[in-house]
Write a protein that binds this ligand. Structure first.
Ligand code: ATP
Length: 461
C-alpha cells in the first residue's frame, strides 16, 4: 500500500466499521472534530489503560490525577498561555484560505525537497521568508497574504448566569497546568517524597488553524501528561531525562509494538524551544504526511511552580527533611496525545494481505477492541444458535467478545479481520456431539479444534 492509499484506507475503514466518524456530519460536518464510534472508543480506551498501567500502576514513584477542564483563569496568565500560546497566522486575501505561516513555509520547502524547520521563529522572520520566496497560496495560487499575526489557541468561555457578572474563563489548552495546581494538595495528602511524578489523561482544547491529516490535529483531543518533580540539588536532570526518554521508547516500541524504523528522535533547536525549557526532544512517527511529533519530552525547570507561586501568592516550595532547606522542585514533562497514538497504531497495523485477498488490522492482542468473535455455523438451526449463545456467554464473561450470524463463515472471518479481532470461534454440528469448537487465528488464518473446556485458556493471548 502506498502512503496516500494507506491514509485513505484508514479513514475509510474508520468510517465504515465504526472507529471514527467526522463530527456533526448531519449538519455538514465541523472541521478538525471527530467522533469515536463503538470500536474507536474501545481502541482508545485500551491505549489509555495501557498508558495508565505502565506509567502509574506499575511504578512506585507515580501518582494519578483527574483535574478540571475549566480552572481559575489566572492559571493561564501565570503559565504564559494568554500571552504566548499562539500560532503565526496568515490569510489569503484572494480565496480566504487561513493557514499557519510556519506550516506554509515548511510545506513550501518540503515540496522543493529542501526540508527546513521554522516553527518557533518570530513572526517578522516568517514574514520575511514568505516575501523573499514569494510563497503562493496552496489553494488558489495567488500571492496575496495578509501580514503574519499571532493567533491565540486558547478557547474562551464564560462563567456565570447573569450577563453582567459573567467572567471570562478558558478551556484548558493542556492538562499539565492542572497538575501544578494540585501539586501542593497531593504533597500534603500523600506520603510521597521527591522525586515523584503525577500523571493524568484528559481532554485539552486548542483553536487550531491548520486543517487536515484526519485526527492528527484536532480542536479537542486527549492528552496523557506527566510532570516529574525533583530536587535539582539531589537529582541529576540529565539522568532523569534519559530515563524518561527510554520509558517513552519502550512504551511505543514494546507495548504498542511500533517498528523502530518508523520512529525517530528530534532535538528542538534553540529558536523553537520554549524559553523556560532547557532541553526538549520530540519522539516522531513516520506518518504518511512525514515524520511528525508524537510525544514531547521537555525539561521545564521550576518555571511553572515559580509562576504559580508569584501569581497566587502561595508558597509551593518543598522542605528537604534532612536539612530543612526549602526549594522549588524542577520538572521533566513527557506529554503525548492519545489520539496521535491511536492514529499511529491504525497506520502501523493496517495490512493488505495480498495472498488471501483481505484487509487485516494486525493489532496487538491487548489493543484489539474485541478479543474474540463467536459464530453459529448456520443461523437457521436453533440447536446450533443455542449452543453458540452459551459459548458466547462463556467467552464474554472473560473478555470483550462480539457475535455474528450474518452471511457465510468466510465473510464473517474477513469482517473480523478488518477490525482486528484476533480469534474467531465457530460452533458447528460437531460441537453438539463432542463439545469442541473451531478457533481461527486472524493473522495466520489457521484453524484448530479445541474443547470448550479449554477455550478460555486458548483465547487468553
Ligand atoms: P504540535 O507542534 O504538533 O502542535 P505541540 O508541540 O503544540 O504539538 P504539546 O503542547 O507539546 O504539542 O502537546 C503534547 C502532545 O499533545 C503532542 O505531542 C501531541 O501528541 C498532542 N497534541 C498537541 N496538540 C494536538 C492537537 N491539536 N490534536 C491532537 N493532539 C495534539
Amino acid at each position: 500500500m502506498n502512503e496516500n492509499d494507506l491514509m485513505t484506507q484508514v479513514v475509510a475503514l474508520c468510517k465504515r466499521r465504526g472507529f471514527i466518524f467526522p463530527s456533526s456530519e448531519i449538519y455538514g460536518g465541523l472541521a478538525n472534530a471527530y467522533e469515536y464510534g463503538p470500536l474507536g472508543v474501545e481502541l482508545k480506551r485500551n491505549i489509555k489503560n495501557l498508558w495508565w498501567k505502565t506509567f502509574i500502576h506499575d511504578r512506585i514513584d507515580m501518582l494519578g490525577l483527574d483535574s478540571s477542564i475549566i480552572v481559575h483563569p489566572k492559571t493561564w496568565e501565570a503559565s504564559g498561555h494568554i500571552n504566548s500560546f499562539s500560532d503565526p497566522l496568515v490569510d489569503c486575501k484572494n480565496c480566504q484560505r487561513r493557514t499557519r505561516a510556519d506550516h506554509l513555509i515548511e510545506n513550501y520547502y518540503a515540496q522543493k525537497q529542501e526540508p527546513k524547520l521554522v516553527e518557533g521563529l518570530p513572526i517578522e522572520e516568517l514574514q520575511k521568508i514568505i516575501e523573499k520566496e514569494q510563497i503562493a497560496c496552496p489553494s488558489c495560487g495567488e500571492f496575496q497574504w495578509t501580514p503574519v499575526r499571532k493567533f491565540n489557541l486558547l478557547f474562551e468561555t464564560s462563567i456565570g448566569i447573569v450577563p453582567e457578572s459573567e467572567s471570562k474563563a478558558y478551556l484548558r489548552g493542556e492538562t499539565a497546568q492542572g497538575i501544578f495546581l494540585s501539586f501542593k494538595n497531593i504533597l500534603d495528602s500523600t506520603r510521597v517524597k521527591l522525586p515523584f511524578g503525577i500523571g493524568q489523561i484528559g481532554k485539552s482544547f486548542r483553536n487550531e488553524i491548520t486543517l487536515g491529516n484526519f485526527i492528527f490535529r484536532t480542536l479537542e483531543f486527549e492528552q496523557a501528561e506527566i510532570e516529574y518533580f525533583f530536587d535539582p540539588q539531589n537529582s541529576n536532570w540529565e539522568e532523569l531525562f534519559d530515563n524518561w526518554q527510554e520509558a517513552m521508547w519502550q512504551f511505543v516500541t514494546i507495548q504498542l509494538g511500533i517498528g523502530k524504523n518508523n520512529l525517530r528522535w528530534r532535538e528542538h533547536t534553540d529558536e523553537e524551544r520554549s524559553h523556560y525549557s532547557l532541553r526538549t526532544v520530540d519522539l516522531e512517527y513516520n506518518f504518511p504526511f512525514g515524520f511528525k511529533e508524537l510525544w514531547g519530552l521537555a525539561y521545564r525547570t521550576d518555571y511553572d511552580l515559580k509562576q504559580h507561586m508569584e501569581y497566587s501568592g502561595q508558597d509551593l516550595r518543598v522542605t528537604d527533611s534532612s536539612d530543612g532547606r526549602k526549594y522549588i522542585p524542577h520538572v521533566i514533562e513527557p506529554a503525548v496525545g492519545i489520539n496521535r497514538l491511536l492514529l499511529m497504531v491504525l497506520l502501523e497495523f493496517l495490512w493488505q494481505d495480498e495472498a488471501n485477498d483481505r484487509l487485516v488490522l494486525k493489532l496487538p492482542y491487548h489493543l484489539a477492541p474485541y478479543k474474540a468473535a463467536v459464530f453459529p455455523l448456520l443461523r437457521n438451526r436453533p440447536e446450533l444458535v443455542a449452543k453458540a449463545e452459551s459459548v458466547f456467554k462463556l467467552v464474554q464473561s472473560a473478555m470483550p467478545t462480539t457475535w455474528d450470524d450474518r452471511g457465510n463463515i468466510g465473510k464473517r472471518y474477513l469482517s473480523q479481520d478488518e477490525i482486528g479481532t484476533p480469534y474467531g470461534v465457530t460452533v458447528d454440528f460437531q460441537t453438539l456431539e463432542d463439545d469442541t469448537v473451531t478457533i481461527r487465528q486472524r493473522d495466520t488464518t489457521k484453524q484448530a479444534r479445541v474443547k470448550i473446556h479449554d477455550l478460555l485458556a486458548e483465547l487468553a493471548a
